[in-house]
Structure formats: C-alpha cells, structure tokens
Design a protein around this ligand. Sequence first.
Ligand code: SF4
Ligand code: SF4
Length: 103
Amino acid sequence: MGAAGTRDERLASRERNPKWKNPPLMIDMSICINCDACLRHCPPQFGAIFNHGIDVVIVPELCSGCDKCLDPCPVDCIHPDPEWSPAPAEWWDEPATDDPYRR
Ligand code: SF4
Ligand code: SF4
C-alpha cells in the first residue's frame, strides 16, 4: 500500500489512490437537488461525498470512480471528471469535523 491506499491515508495525505483506473466523479451543482441519495450510497471505504453548506460535493481525491452513486441520483447530475482539480481546502473540513462515513 502506498500513502493513499486506505481512506485514512487519503484523508491524511489528500492524495488519490494512484492504482484507481477510473476518473473521479463530480456533481453538477446547477442541477443537483441536494437529496443526499448519492452520499448514502457511496461505499464507506471511499466515503467521498459530503454536505458542504447548501451543496453536496464529491472530494475527487477520495472518489474511486466506482459509480455506485450514479443510479441513486434522481436527476442524473453526476458525471466523470477526467480533468478534475484538487478539492478546495474547505471541503476537507467536512470529514475532519463531522465525517458521515464514521457514524
Ligand atoms: S463513484 Fe463511488 S467512490 Fe466516487 S462518489 Fe460515487 S459512490 Fe463514491
Ligand atoms: S443524488 Fe444527485 S441530486 Fe441527490 S444530492 Fe446526489 S448529486 Fe444531488
């Protein structure tokens, strides 16, 4: 395992697992209705989706591209993001303060 092989390691290093072949997914916030269905379907070993203020966001460094959030989305607003950018620093505050995947 490298420095990003487990979720805890990814939270600490803020790096994506380099072994993941699929790009991370992103949420089109202009279409998202903030229903949280995707958040509840993201496997806890990835735990990539968070409520952030009024938005629902996917932290790309935590997203394996497993696609398990796609079918639950009622408005089909989650898409692969091959050109992804690092998550804004404030998105990392969510797992650091109230991690929904550790409840
Ligand atoms: S693709 Fe998988 S890991 Fe990424 S946000 Fe969706 S369910 Fe979570
Ligand atoms: S399931 Fe779709 S509409 Fe609901 S919060 Fe997730 S991205 Fe937004």
